[in-house]
Design a protein around this ligand. Structure first.
Ligand SMILES: Nc1ncnc2c1ncn2[C@@H]1O[C@H](COP(=O)(O)OP(=O)(O)OP(=O)(O)O)[C@@H](O)[C@H]1O
Ligand SMILES: O=P(O)(O)OC[C@H]1O[C@H](OP(=O)(O)OP(=O)(O)O)[C@H](O)[C@@H]1O
Length: 231
């Protein structure tokens, strides 16, 4: 059985992901021309490479159409219910670091923790005639964290597909859940992270779709071991 590994075709993870595989002894070349979305590993007919975007990789790993992928943990956990049952996080690769955080306007001086935010959410309708709104593209992680971990039920998610940090200033939401790496975008938008508001510390991971046939395939273990060795 051929094993398919999906690597980011563009974006911030592309170079680092290919580099790790070449250090691990898998030299990747594109099939056809440089813009091709398929590749191969030199000297290996038992491995295929697919070049996809980081978000596509998390989707394809979820439906099992690829065996391995390199993508952000945030994208996998957001894209997949029961992620740990369906995929294995084989290795954390040390790049693509980003924290998924809850951030509120800096001027909310009395709000520093999720418990404080829970109090705000409970009073919100009485004070403002509507629920607290959260701008995010991380629906699943937000619901798990607010409702599951912190018992906060009174909020409404407003879908944001870009410039999430601008939502409180523009009035389209009260607070946000988004990723941050240097913190400069939050700072520029006068937002602060709650002290216990880090939902997930994400980085690029080697992820495997859990498939029964992998147990009998030595190439699967070989790939995991070779990558772990160069970290
Ligand atoms: N500063 C950052 N901004 C956004 N994502 C970051 C940042 N740092 C690391 N990442 C991680 O990079 C991944 C997203 O990468 P990228 O934007 O290249 O992929 P994508 O979502 O497939 O791209 P696109 O949205 O253009 O299709 C996520 O896992 C995210 O956590
Ligand atoms: O904490 P910081 O270092 O400021 O980084 C965080 C920001 O970077 C990303 O946006 P980016 O401009 O990269 O665009 P994207 O959302 O399209 O990836 C992300 O969506 C945040 O807005």
């Amino acid at each position: 059985m051929t094993i398919t590994i999906a690597l980011p075709s563009k974006g911030r993870m592309k170079e680092d992901a290919s580099e790790i595989f070449s250090r691990a002894g898998f030299t990747i070349t594109s099939v056809g021309n440089d813009r091709s979305y398929r590749g191969r590993v030199e000297g290996r007919d038992d491995i295929e490479i697919a070049f996809l975007s980081a978000s596509e990789i998390s989707r394809e790993i979820g439906n099992g159409s690829i065996d391995f992928g390199v993508t952000g943990e945030d994208l996998v956990r957001e894209g997949l219910a029961e992620a740990d049952a369906r995929v294995e996080f084989c290795a954390r690769l040390g790049f693509g670091h980003a924290d998924v955080v809850v951030a509120v306007p800096e001027i909310w001086l009395d709000v520093d923790t999720m418990a404080d935010l829970g109090d705000v959410a409970a009073d919100f309708r009485a004070r403002h005639g509507r629920r607290l709104t959260i701008a995010t593209k991380y629906w699943r992680l937000t619901q798990q964290f607010f409702s599951g971990n912190h018992g906060i039920q009174l909020y409404r998610i407003v879908e944001s597909l870009g410039a999430t940090e601008g939502a409180p200033a523009s009035g389209s939401a009260d607070i946000i859940v988004d990723i941050t790496s240097t913190g400069s975008t939050l700072h520029a938008n006068h937002l602060k992270i709650l002290s216990d508001g880090v939902i997930l510390k994400s980085e690029a991971c080697l992820v495997r779709a859990r498939k029964p046939e992998h147990a009998a395939n030595p190439v699967v273990a070989e790939i995991i071991q070779a990558v772990r060795k160069v970290l």
